[in-house]
Ligand binder design. Structure first.
Ligand code: ZN
Ligand code: ZN
Ligand code: ZN
Length: 171
């Protein structure tokens, strides 16, 4: 298989983070989730998910199309959009609204609303799991007579690795 042209895989969680392992675990989880739900992770869906998991930086649809083309696969835009829709419907990826891009979900077994930390420097997206936050927003909105259809909670800043004083903060 052709090597990816773009820069080396970036990792989020400090130098000890084994992203190859992290990505292969994510794909294995995806296979399992699809099996349990009796839906098919077709080659194109799998390929798109693989590309999204190349790093923790969200990937846009256009970039996905470019990668697929580089690897000699003819993928029409609608095919990729449908694959993205499938992955999203099955909770395997989340859409990062502010970047118009997609990131792999780290715990796709149960449906949830994700919150994200977005690094301004390396571009990584870090999924947060704040118990009850989505519900609290919905409840508060309901008190104000507002019915929430979608939620986007995205915080921007610098990740542990990109902070100038990151060495003193590394755990
Ligand atoms: Zn990783
Ligand atoms: Zn998630
Ligand atoms: Zn960063």
């Amino acid at each position: 298989m052709a090597q990816p042209r773009k820069s080396a895989v970036r990792t989020t969680r400090g130098p000890e983070h084994d992203h190859a392992r992290c990505a292969s675990d994510a794909l294995a989880r995806a296979e399992q989730v699809c099996q349990e739900r009796n839906v098919r992770l077709t080659p194109i869906r799998r390929r798109v998910l693989e590309l999204i998991w190349r790093s923790h930086a969200p990937v846009g649809a256009y970039e996905l199309l470019e990668h697929l083309r580089e690897n000699g696969r003819r993928a029409a835009p609608p095919t990729v959009y449908r694959a993205l829709e499938f992955l999203r419907d099955n909770g395997l990826i989340h859409r990062i609204e502010s970047r118009n891009a997609f990131a792999g979900c780290e715990h796709p077994n149960a449906p949830h609303t994700a919150q994200y930390l977005l690094c301004d420097e390396c571009g990584d997206a870090i999924e947060l799991e704040i118990a009850g936050l989505a519900r609290r927003i919905e409840t508060r909105a309901a008190e104000m007579g507002f019915q929430v259809a979608r939620q986007t909670v995205e915080a921007n800043g610098l990740c542990r690795r990109c902070r100038p004083d990151s060495s003193t903060h590394a755990r």
